[in-house]
Design a protein around this ligand. Structure first.
Ligand SMILES: [Ca+2]
Ligand SMILES: [Ca+2]
Length: 260
């Protein structure tokens, strides 16, 4: 059974089918990302090593010459990915990353891709600045963690660039019922005061499709009134306006786009 639980919201496609006799079960809007040839995709970025060993400055330039920049990890996971990438080439690797304390001794700065903060994953005991080590790398002999070394040493470097990403399909959107934890869906709770359009509907499929087409639609209510089903498209979600997510004395169910 398809089952996703996000912030107390549960998606159960089989339940939708039972409740409405519909086959409304589109999948998540997934991003498709791609990298130029020779680059490895990880999350939304592309990675590769420089072709040859060079000192830190020249390695930095080498990354730029191939359309990227020297990489600095933003998380342990990203650093682990970089280590794996380096290991594919040589087991006992040492690769430069974009961190240094050239300007002020002990004051490490990293140049990461995008807005993220750098992840400073030093091997215990590092940085030790032996013989004035002002440039950082990650290395097999440092348990895939960071070390400082002399900037004049020649190593390959990890380069990074943004991947080109686009939604697989704008039609594939996925709505989730509101529910009590763990899975009892709420059929008398809706979001109030955010309706941008309201109309009689066949059911979840039609209402969900209308929400997808309506600019600004972020969730919808299905309300039973005098034997009809009313579709109400909302310009907000229950997380954005918790106070307006209220119980009703009639059948009313709420769906919003699932996250994750
Ligand atoms: Ca230093
Ligand atoms: Ca060191």
């Amino acid at each position: 059974m398809f089952f996703v639980n996000v912030f107390g919201i549960v998606a159960i496609c089989t339940a939708i089918n039972t409740a409405w006799g519909s086959s409304f079960c589109p999948s998540l809007p997934t991003m498709k990302c791609s990298c130029p040839s020779g680059w490895q995709l990880w999350q939304k970025a592309c990675y590769r090593l420089t072709e040859s060993k060079a000192n830190w400055e020249n390695s930095k330039s080498a990354c730029q010459e191939i359309g990227g920049k020297m990489a600095a990890p933003r998380s342990l996971k990203e650093m682990n990915f970089m280590a794996e990438l380096a290991k594919k080439k040589v087991n006992n690797y040492y690769v430069w990353i974009a961190c240094n304390d050239i300007e002020v001794e002990g004051n490490w700065t990293c140049d990461v891709l995008g807005d993220g903060d750098p992840f400073m994953g030093w091997q215990p005991g590092q940085p030790d600045n032996v013989y004035d080590q002002d440039c950082a790398g990650i290395a097999a002999r440092h348990n895939d963690k960071m070390d400082d070394d002399e900037c004049i040493k020649n190593y390959e470097a990890v380069c990074v660039r943004h991947a080109v990403c686009s939604p697989r399909s704008t039609q594939l959107r996925h709505f989730c019922f509101s529910s009590d934890y763990p899975s009892r869906f709420l059929n008398a709770t809706c979001l109030f005061d955010h309706v941008i359009r309201e109309f009689t509907t066949e059911g979840v499929t039609a209402c969900g499709s209308a929400c997808i087409k309506e600019p600004g639609c972020r969730s919808f209510n299905i309300k039973k009134s005098e034997g009809r089903k009313l579709c109400q498209l909302n310009n907000s979600t229950r997380l954005d306006d918790k106070d307006k997510f209220q119980n009703t004395s009639y059948f009313c169910m709420y769906l919003e786009e699932c996250i994750g």
